[in-house]
Design a protein around this ligand. Sequence first.
Ligand code: IDP
Length: 149
Amino acid sequence: HAFFLTDLTMAIERTFSILKPDATERNLTGAINAVIEEAGLRIVAQRRIRMTDAQAKTFYEVHAERPFYGELVSFMTSGPVVVQVLEGENAVAKYREVMGATNPAQAAEGTIRKRFAKSVGENSVHGSDSPENAKIEIAQFFTDSDIVG
Ligand code: IDP
């Protein structure tokens, strides 16, 4: 077929998402999933789990030296979370945009964190920050056969 610039820029991608304990605690799973789906992202795998201390520590290992690491690990293990794989065009960047800034006070109108997050720590959702990290994070919680595209 003819060559279009969109062939380069519109990659179908997967990203890893977590609906955090502050979201499950307030029964926001459906409301957040609606925002995700309305943004054109497809939920191709999803599981509700209680994260172990070891899983949370491994998942957030890049933040091990940050002052909030202990608080973050104890928050992420404080209640159920929903781990997800999202698929769509430019899924990594698109989901980061839909999530909004880490600190809800700085998040744009209409974003998940602006609408639902309680604080910079209890900010309702996680989304991978690069396609490389998405692969690593997905593999921590899902096998290929769990993902139905
Ligand atoms: P991101 O989730 O928007 O990618 P990161 O800077 O990678 O943000 O931080 C990871 C997570 O660590 C945040 O989503 C939040 O839950 C927590 N966090 C970040 N900064 C702070 C802080 O200053 N205090 C408490 N928790 C924080």
